[in-house]
Design a protein around this ligand. Structure first.
Ligand SMILES: [Zn+2]
Length: 352
């Protein structure tokens, strides 16, 4: 027999009230646990309300100014050269705008130099009583601000499509935490730090090119190799690339770059093709020795079941390689060049 609710209006009202009470209790608990988060939420809401009133001093993107612009079909990219890295305070977003807080935006010569173009999507405005560089979004999601620590610039990526990501990658900065990896012969660096620097700059380069990126770590923590594989499998990316630095204790004469694949990888032919694409680009700048593509069953590239490559970015035991690895410009080039290899491999795969 079907049981009927005799007074549907009262029934619905009670359910509704009950839901509101539950929601309020939940919200109260969340606020207790994380007061900063609640405050942040409030400020975002406040900004959302004032969206229509968002006006500011427009900025001209100029040839020799401190902001440059580049775009492709996925993203619009603004690169803001910082006078000083410490001038970047933080950034925030609401559904329509990205706010970048700088210590003194006017000191960054954002509108000096010869006129190139007027861009109405980027301007200076007062937000919450502070001067901010404001960037207008086209879509609510998939907009990013990254601090490039190698070049002391801010990279702002504004999505031009609702779904800008056509491919995905997991990047694995080798070692971390209590495991420093190898060390430069002159103790000028430990491997884990260089691996992370390169990987972080690969992230923004790949995202700009429509590749969704997950890093196995983005700070100084250690993941077990089996955890890296489990994490990668859970993301199920189109490619996996692990970043390392080589070393050879017996002699300082070995130097150069090499991309490795494993014959024991589930799609080893594709992994080899990815390694070749990366190898072609990484040796294109900075005078690196070309050690060619190599085969070896490193754990993470053997066990990850997608095209998987491990890049050995020079030798910590070789003085010339160490000098390169201590140069931020070279690290930035490495990040760009490894990314170019990944982009080339993925575009070939989607347009055979
Ligand atoms: Zn390593």
């Amino acid at each position: 027999m079907r049981k009927r609710v005799k007074k549907p209006f009262r029934f619905i009202t009670s359910i509704f009230l009950f839901a509101i009470i539950l929601f309020s209790i939940g919200k109260f608990i969340v606020n207790l646990v994380s007061p900063e988060k609640a405050a942040e939420e409030k400020s975002v809401i406040k900004e959302t309300l004032s969206n229509n009133l968002m006006v500011g001093k427009s900025i001209e993107i100029k040839e020799n100014g401190n902001i440059s612009k580049e775009e492709n079909s996925h993203f619009k990219k603004y690169v803001i050269e910082l006078m000083n890295r410490e001038d970047y305070i933080d950034d925030d977003q609401n559904e329509s705008y990205i706010y970048i807080f700088l210590k003194d935006p006017n000191s960054h010569k954002l509108d000096q130099g010869s006129f190139q173009e007027q861009d109405e999507d980027i301007f200076l405005a007062e937000v919450e009583g502070k001067d901010a560089l404001v960037v207008k979004k086209n879509f609510e999601n998939n907009n990013f601000v990254f601090l490039n620590e190698l070049t002391s610039s801010l990279i702002v990526l504004v999505s031009k499509e609702k779904e800008p990501f056509k491919n995905s990658a997991v990047i694995d900065p080798g070692h971390g935490g209590v495991d420093p990896g190898t060390e430069a012969y002159d103790k000028s660096f430990v491997e884990k730090d260089i691996n992370l620097k390169i990987s972080k700059e690969m992230r923004q380069e790949l995202i700009f090119n429509g590749i969704e990126v997950s890093l196995s770590r983005d700070d100084d923590t250690l993941n077990k190799l089996s955890d890296v594989v489990d994490y990668t499998k859970s993301k199920d990316p189109d490619v996996f690339v692990s970043i390392h630095i080589n070393s050879y204790d017996e002699s300082s004469k070995y130097n150069g770059l090499s991309a490795y694949y494993s014959k024991e990888n589930a799609v080893s032919t594709e992994s080899m093709a990815l390694a070749k694409a990366i190898q072609k680009h990484i040796i294109s700048t900075d005078g690196w020795n070309d050690r060619q593509v190599k085969e070896e069953a490193f754990y993470v590239i053997k066990h990850n079941p997608m095209p998987a490559v491990l890049v050995e970015c020079g030798f910590a035991s070789n003085p010339e390689d160490v000098a390169r690895l201590n140069n931020n410009e070279v690290l930035n080039n490495l990040a760009k060049n490894i990314s170019k290899g990944i982009i080339e491999f993925l575009s070939r795969k989607s347009n055979p």
